[in-house]
Write a protein that binds this ligand. Structure first.
Ligand code: BYC
Length: 315
């Protein structure tokens, strides 16, 4: 069969909502786009453990500490499901991690901002996980089967993450003047970077058109961003806080909130590696990778010995 016919059959399958599975024929560019997006997603989960992990030992109560610990462990688990999903497309985990550590592979811009107060644990849960959920609910219906199935499981955990973040901010918003100010300051710092998580505006998104045709993405960057603004603009009323955007206003004609212009120069600067914490985050990952070398070595020797024993027993 010619490539053109194969491509047509592939697109027919996508249009009929049949999931693409690892052994199915797929265009090379579909494989590459999925490897890129899924591995970047995995890296984001793992790098995303850093800003919050830093606060586990400083959580204000034992209960908050246990919750934060569980959340950070969940993020590590999400990274593992996602690396496994990406591996089904033919790239090894070692290669993916090497690309992260060399700076070749991207991860979400949001994790290059510092978490400087306890309120940031609330803002990350509420805004960052809140943004992630909207994106990931869409990805539960993505066309590549292993990615879609990983997302179903991840979304269940993310809803708890968002609730725990909101709960931290709710307590602060009902606290002393100092706690209220800490809450507002944190929202001020995390709001715009959270909007950037959805990627460049549609007119500048290089991958969206093709990814929408292949149903890897079901909504565009701007559609999801608008959905997020509409959700948060309502939820913040319960906190009695404000979003740092003077142009935020309900638009009765559009039935959506209007909002101000994102600082795209800042976004691209962070994506290119020049955000406030890019260097620090990669350093931390490189150190963890080097410190863990003996574990990987021991696991390899154990697996080799086990295989040799099994071979001997079978002989
Ligand atoms: N940051 O053509 P576009 C979490 C890049 S973690 C950095 O629109 P696409 C959590 C983009 O890669 C959840 N780079 O791209 C964990 C592309 O460059 P390349 C993270 C960005 O792929 C711990 C270029 O810009 N979620 O939940 O169609 C604690 C042009 O963009 C960003 C995911 O990873 C960015 N924000 O759409 C708490 C979701 N945005 O690769 C929470 C999966 C864009 O061509 N990913 N770029 O060199 C996606 O859904 C899509 O990849 C994106 C971008 C919507 C992010």
């Amino acid at each position: 069969m010619s490539i053109t016919n194969l491509e047509q059959l592939f697109q027919d399958k996508i249009d009929a909502e049949t999931k693409i599975e690892p052994r199915d024929w797929m265009p090379d560019a579909y494989r590459k786009t999925n490897i890129r997006q899924i591995s970047q997603h995995a890296h984001s989960e793992v790098v995303g453990m850093l800003p919050e992990g830093n606060w586990i030992s400083r959580a204000p109560t034992l209960k908050r500490k246990a919750i934060l610990l569980a959340k950070v462990q969940d993020e590590g688990g999400h990274g593992l499901y996602l690396y496994s999903a990406a591996e089904t497309l033919g790239m090894s985990r070692d290669e993916m991690i090497a690309d992260l550590l060399s700076g070749k592979a991207k991860y979400s811009s949001i994790f290059n901002y510092p978490a400087i107060t306890w309120a940031d644990m609330g803002a990350i849960g509420w805004l960052v996980d809140g943004a992630a959920i909207l994106n990931q609910v869409m990805l539960c219906r993505t066309s590549y089967g292993p990615y879609a199935r990983a997302m179903v499981r991840i979304c269940k955990e993310e809803s708890f993450h968002q609730r725990q973040g909101f709960d931290i901010l709710l307590s602060l918003s009902r606290g002393t003047d100092e706690q209220k100010a800490m809450c507002q300051d944190s929202i001020n710092r995390w709001w715009w970077p959270s909007l950037m998580m959805f990627g460049p505006k549609d007119s500048e998104s290089t991958n969206s058109d093709q990814s929408m045709k292949w149903k890897i993405k079901r909504k565009t960057n701007d559609e999801l961003r608008q959905q997020f603004v509409d959700m948060i603009a309502e939820q913040i009323k319960t906190l009695g806080m404000r979003l740092p955007d003077d142009q935020l206003k309900w638009n009765e004609n559009r039935k959506h909130y209007d909002y101000g212009e994102i600082n795209w120069e800042e976004f691209w600067n962070v994506v290119k590696g020049n955000g406030p914490c890019n260097k620090q985050r990669l350093e931390a990952r490189r150190k963890a990778h080097n410190d863990g070398a003996w574990v990987r070595e021991a696991a390899k020797v154990h697996a080799e010995k086990k295989a040799a024993r099994e071979k001997q027993a079978a002989a």
